[in-house]
Design a protein around this ligand. Sequence first.
Ligand code: AHR
Length: 307
Amino acid sequence: SGCGNSDTGGDAGGTDKIVLGFSQVGAESGWRTANTNSIKEAAGAAGIELKFDDAQQKQENQIKAIRNFIQQKVDVIAFSPVVESGWDTVLKEARDAKIPVILTDRSVDSADKTLYQTFIGSDFVKEGRLSGEWLVEQTRSATGPVNIVELQGTTGSAPANDRRKGFAEAIAANPNLKVVASQSGDFTRAGGKQVMEQFLKANPKIDVLFAHNDDMGLGALEAITAAGKVPGKDITIITIDAVKDGMQALADGKFNFIAECSPLLGPQLMDLVKKVHAGESVPTRVETEETTFTVEQAKAALPTRKY
Ligand code: AHR
C-alpha cells in the first residue's frame, strides 16, 4: 500500500515535494478517523506527498510499512505506535538509512532517544489523572464503597498504560474508591460492549465506569441499557477523547465526564516534518493542548465541535 506512481520518494522523481511515510495504528475509533483525516488534510495543505498505511492494529504490519518506507527512500517517516515496546530494530534501520522519524500520538519505550527526532501527542497520564480527580470530587460525600470498572485500551499501548496509571494515582488516597474489574476493550465499540456485558454479569454493584476512550464507553452504553440500568444515573460514566458521538452522549447525560484527547495533530506534524527535513532542530516533545468537559460544557461546545 501507499505506493504512489508519480514520485517514488527521495530525489528520484525530481520533484521538490517532501515525501512523508505515515504508518497509522488502524481505524479502531472515532478518534482515529479524525486523526487520519487531520493528517491527510494537513499534508495536502502543506504540499507534502503522503504515503499512508493502515496497520489494522497490528505491530507486525507497522514494522512492515516502515520497512517499505525505508526501501522507497521517503524523506521522513512518522508513525503512531500501536504498542510501546519492540521498536528498536526497525528504528535503527531507519536511522541507518538516515531517514528521520517522528512519533505521533503514541510514544515508544526505547531507551535510546536518538532513534527518533521528536514525539508529538497528548499527556495520557494527565488525562487519566484528570478523570480520577473529577471522580474523587464527585464522590466526596459518599459514605459507602464506590465500585469502579475500567475498560482499558489496547493492551500494551501507551494510552492504556498511562491512563490507567494516572487514574489509579488520582484515586489512591480514597480507599472507598475501588477498581473492582479492569480489562481491555481494545479501544473499539464492540470490545467495550462485550467486556461491559461481562462486568455486569460478574459484578452485582457497579457505580462507575471509567472507559479509556469514548468508543468503548459508547459500546458499554448498550450493555448497560440491556441490563436494565440507566447510564449516567445508575452508573456514572467517565471517558476520554471528546469526539462528536462521545460529546453527544455527554450532552444527553448518558456520560458524566470526558477528558479531552485531541486528534487534530496534522498541522503541527507537518510543521515538524518540514523542520526535520530541513535539518532544523525541533523540541524533543511537543504536547497537545486539551481540556475536560462536564455535561453543561458539552452542551455548549457541541454545536461548533468539528469532529
Ligand atoms: O492513542 C490515542 C487513542 O487511540 C485514543 O484515545 C483512542 O480513541 C484511540 O483509539
